[in-house]
Design a binder for this molecule. Structure first.
Ligand code: TYM
Length: 333
C-alpha cells in the first residue's frame, strides 16, 4: 500500500459462489497486478441488494467472498480489502452523482435491461441506479485503472462520462479511470450455452464451474459441455463457440496459447480435450480450495484485516467526498 503508486480499484458482488468467469476475468488479474498498484478491492454488498437477497445468506456469502479473495492470492499486506456497506461515503457520493447522470444513460445499460426483465413489473430503483453506485465506488479513490471482465465495460464508460461531466462543470475533482481487460478470460461463456456469459446465478448448475467445485464435479461438468459436431480442436469464436470457450479456459488455466493447444489435441477427439480442460482447471483451483479451508476458521485474523483496511478506506474516501461536497455548494462553517 504505497501512496506514490497508481491506484487500482475493483469490486465483486457477494451473491453466491464465484465462478471461473470471475476468477479468470477479474480476480486472477487482481492478484497479478497487486504489487504494481495501490489496490482497493471491494465486496459490493450494496450492489448485491439490487436483486432480492435472503439476509442470512447474504451475510454468509459476504464472509465467504472475502475468504475466497484471500485464498485466490490477494495479500492483505499489499491490498486494501473491505465491504462496501462499511464505508458510508459510497452511498453519499452515489446520491450526489445521481444528479449528474441522465435517465437515458442508465436506461441504455445492457445489464440493467437484462436484470430488469427478471424483476417483472416492480423494477427496483436501486437496480436502475446501480451504475452510479459503481461510478461512486471507483471515483472516490481517484482510481487510475479498473480491472474487470468485458461485461463491465459499459459501466466503466459511463463512469468516465460522469467524472468528465462533473470535472467540466466545476473543476478537476475526479481522476478519469481506464478499464483493464485481460487479453484472455475477459468473457468466459456458459458451458451449456456458449453464446451466453458464464454466470454464478445460472439456474443450470452444469453451465458454470464454481471455485469450490470438487475435482470430480469439475471433470463431469466439462464432459457435459456443449461443443459441436466436428471433431477438431480449433479456435474460431463465431463458428465454434463452445470449443473456443473451452480453449480459452484451458489457456487461462495453463498459460498455453491457442496454437499450442491446437497442436496438443490435433487428431484427438473432444473426449480427450474435455478431460484435459477439466484436469487443468481442477489443478488450477486446488491450491485456492486448500487455502480457503485453512482460512475459513480464522475469524480473528479476518476481522483484523477488515478493520485495518476499512479505517484506511474511510480516510481516503472522505477526502474525495469532502471535495465534492464543497464543489456542489453544501454549507460548512
Ligand atoms: P460481478 O460481481 O458480476 O463480477 C465480478 C467480476 O467478474 C467479472 N466476470 C467475468 N469475467 C469474465 N467472464 C465471465 N463470465 C465473468 N463473470 C463475471 C466481472 O466483469 C467483474 O469484473 N458491478 C460489478 C462489481 C462492481 C465493480 C465496482 C467492479 C461494483 N463496483 C467498481 C469494478 C469497479 C459486478 O457486478 O461484478
Amino acid at each position: 500500500m504505497e501512496e506514490n503508486k497508481k491506484v487500482l480499484y475493483s469490486g465483486i458482488q457477494p451473491s453466491g459462489a464465484f465462478t471461473i468467469g470471475n476468477y479468470f476475468g477479474a480476480i486472477k488479474n487482481w492478484v497479478d497486478l497487486q504489487s504494481d498498484y495501490d489496490c482497493y478491492f471491494c465486496i459490493v454488498d450494496l450492489h448485491a441488494i439490487t436483486v432480492p437477497q435472503v439476509a442470512k445468506e447474504l451475510r454468509k456469502n459476504s464472509y465467504e467472498s472475502l475468504i475466497t479473495l484471500l485464498a485466490c492470492g490477494l495479500d492483505p499486506e499489499k491490498v486494501t480489502l473491505y465491504f462496501q456497506s462499511h464505508v458510508s461515503a459510497h452511498a453519499e457520493l452515489t446520491w450526489i452523482l445521481n444528479n449528474y447522470t441522465y435517465m437515458g444513460e442508465l436506461g441504455r445499460m445492457t445489464q440493467f435491461k437484462d436484470k430488469a426483465q427478471k424483476q417483472g413489473e416492480n423494477i427496483r430503483v436501486g437496480l436502475y441506479s446501480y451504475p452510479v453506485l459503481m461510478a461512486a465506488d471507483i471515483l472516490l479513490y481517484q482510481t487510475d485503472v479498473v480491472p474487470v471482465g468485458e461485461d463491465q465495460k459499459q459501466h466503466l464508460e459511463l463512469t468516465r462520462d460522469i467524472a468528465s461531466r462533473f470535472n467540466n462543470l466545476y473543476s478537476p475533482t475526479f481522476k478519469v479511470p481506464e478499464p483493464f481487460i485481460g487479453e484472455k478470460g475477459g468473457r468466459i461463456m456458459s458451458l451449456q450455452e456458449p453464446t451466453c456469459k458464464m454466470s454464478k446465478s445460472d439456474e443450470n448448475n452444469n453451465a458454470f464451474i464454481a471455485l469450490h467445485d470438487g475435482r470430480d464435479q469439475i471433470i463431469k461438468k466439462f464432459k457435459r459441455a456443449i461443443t459441436d459436431s466436428e471433431a477438431e480442436v480449433r479456435y474460431d469464436k463465431s463458428e465454434k463457440a463452445g470449443v473456443s470457450n473451452l480453449m480459452e479456459i484451458y489457456s487461462c488455466a495453463t498459460g498455453k496459447d491457442y496454437a499450442e493447444i491446437e497442436r496438443e489435441f490435433s487428431g484427438k477427439g473432444y473426449g480427450d480435450f474435455k478431460s484435459g480442460v477439466g484436469e487443468a482447471v481442477a489443478d488450477a483451483l486446488k491450491p485456492i480450495q486448500e487455502k480457503y479451508k485453512e482460512l475459513y476458521e480464522d475469524k480473528s485474523y479476518i476481522k483484523e484485516i477488515i478493520s485495518k483496511s476499512t479505517e484506511r478506506t474511510i480516510r481516503t474516501a472522505s477526502r474525495t467526498l469532502s471535495k465534492v461536497k464543497k464543489k456542489v455548494g453544501f454549507f460548512e462553517f
